[in-house]
Design a protein around this ligand. Structure first.
Ligand code: PEP
Length: 252
């Protein structure tokens, strides 16, 4: 049995006051962390005020980290610093980082190692462009991204990693993959992990779907066998929608 995980990716939205208001509105309504892991990944400067207000049932994550732990890397955020603030999770290789800021499978791999070194729980994102899907290249792209991201990562280290399948054409577009498309790709990813790490790791690794998930479609998506949760952008900004979606995961 894999525990579902719902992570909100707030991207570059919300001010400090808006973030605090969100925490105030959701904190009483978060289901037990025995049933679901609920996470909000926010911009780094608001991390401290969110961590002060997090509880066991709602944890805080970052959206990025540097692959080095310290040094002359102006503007970067180290895993060491995140850990010292009690941040639990970090998103790595989000398509916006890959497409806008030039991250590659190689930097994703280095960042993943930095996260593990600093005992952060990584949410590693993979997913194809629309053109790649239309040209039947989805599985090839996923294979390249996963093999690249997990180079030199051991089976033991895989225990603490969450994978997020996020087709790029479905992110922030309102265009959700059908539950069947999402399941098909998540099943493919699990099969690939089995080939790379064996049955035990493949059975325990949690795979989220991300791409325009909202209250209207989460029930159908989360019901799928190989989908263990969701990485949610836009809809996670709204406290009522977030509460609905973490509770939908509990029903899985
Ligand atoms: C995301 O930011 O990872 C995401 C899936 O965004 P949205 O839910 O807005 O499509």
């Amino acid at each position: 049995m894999r525990k579902p995980i719902i992570a909100g990716n707030w991207k570059m939205f919300k001010t400090r006051d808006e973030a605090i208001e969100f925490m105030y509105q959701v904190s009483e309504s978060m289901p037990s962390n025995q049933l679901v892991d609920s996470v909000i990944c926010a911009q780094a400067p608001m991390m401290r005020c969110l961590i002060k207000r997090q509880g066991q049932n709602l944890r805080i994550g970052a959206q990025n980290l540097c692959y080095e732990d310290q040094g002359a890397y102006t503007g970067e955020i180290s895993g060491q610093l995140l850990k010292s603030y009690n941040v639990d999770y970090v998103i790595i290789g989000h398509s916006e980082r890959r497409n806008i800021f030039g991250e590659t499978d190689e930097t994703v791999n280095k960042k993943l190692k930095a996260a593990l070194r600093n005992e952060l729980l990584p949410i590693v994102c993979v997913g194809e462009h629309l053109e790649e899907r239309e040209n039947n290249l989805t599985n090839k792209v996923l294979t390249k991204q996963i093999k690249g991201a997990f180079a030199d990562i051991s089976a033991i280290e895989m225990e603490n990693i969450v994978l997020a399948y996020e087709p790029i054409w479905a992110i922030g577009t309102g265009k959700t993959a059908t539950a069947e498309q999402a399941e098909e790709s998540c099943a493919f990813i699990r099969k690939l992990i089995k080939e790379m790490y064996g049955l035990v790791v493949a059975d325990q690794i949690r795979i989220q779907y991300g791409g325009s998930v909202k209250p209207a479609n989460i029930d159908e998506i989360i019901a799928k066998e190989n989908i263990d949760g969701a990485l949610i952008g836009g809809a996670s900004l709204d406290p009522e929608k977030f509460i609905y979606m973490v509770n939908a995961a509990v029903k899985k």
